[in-house]
Design a protein around this ligand. Sequence first.
Ligand SMILES: Cc1ncc(COP(=O)(O)O)c(C=O)c1O
Length: 362
Amino acid sequence: MTDRIYNFGAGPGVLPEPVLEEAQRDLFALPDVGMSIMEISHRSKTFEEIIGGCEADIRTLANIPSDYQILFLQGGASLQFSMVPINLLPAGGKADYILTGSWGKKALKEAKRVGAAQVAASTEGDGFNRIPAQSELKLDPAAAYVHFTSNETIQGVEWKREPETGSVPLVCDASSDIFSRPIDISRYGLIYAGAQKNLGPSGVTLVVLRSDLLERVPKDLATMLDYRVQAENKSLYNTPSVMGVYIMRLVMKWLAKEGGLEGIGRKNAEKAKLLYDAIDASGGYYRPHAKPEARSNMNVTFRLPYESLEQKFVSEAKSQKLDGLKGHRSVGGIRASLYNAFPKAGVDALVDFMKRFQGANG
Ligand SMILES: Cc1ncc(COP(=O)(O)O)c(C=O)c1O
């Protein structure tokens, strides 16, 4: 077996080792089937059991009520930037967007192509380093929905509780923190997430939506973009990402063994605290991007005294098997992604490296 390093990459991110080991076996031949998971029909009994089981496991894990649909789509979270307004923003209607980082801006840009998408709040003036207070939100009671990004992967800011939107449905891009902590699904109209951070491999996108919202979907949408068609066909209108759904199911089983969302939430908080404590104890050498109350447990972003030192940090870390620490190209700096499957030992190793690096380059 090839040695594994610590993968701090922001996405695709680290997957649980037991999942990779099981997938490795099933890549050659599924027990009692004799074909690879990549070779079976999406209409087979085997896959019916996998996708049905995955849905059931997700329902149990996140306590998702029966009046919510669970869809396994393709096109990434980016396609949801378009599908959400195409399906839920009626002609002549409006939608509110709360911007706390780069991904929310991208979602807004796509919504504007469809209809009147308006900014209910933005923290861009502060470099997207915080989450707005409820009192800052200029919410329109006539909006078709309010969209927010629960965790901004690039800036490393995370909502600690959902914004209050009254009776206006809340829509959330949860791509980088879904199932990282307990969630009250009944607060949401729709949640979507590309799988490649906390759920599985890229190529499958989870959408959870309240069934009554399907009644708002306009007629005659392009078939594949229509949530109603996807729901009526149980995500099998066309060939779904068979491999993606299969891995997602293994990840759900792994999460259940980790103590469910409560259990993984505790572990994630512990891992993130170790790293933020190390940053705070560095006497200003490591400078966190996010305000303390907005700090993400998934993506820890910070800077060093100057840029060339950051490059040195990333390359020396890599030589010590700590990979993927370079911040997003749009903001620079360092980003350590600590998704569900990222082990605490990797955080310990990074903290140790940071102390040594500061000692040698302080
Ligand atoms: C919060 C968030 N939204 C959307 C995306 C885009 O996802 P995809 O590449 O699946 O389209 C990402 C990707 O990193 C993300 O982190």
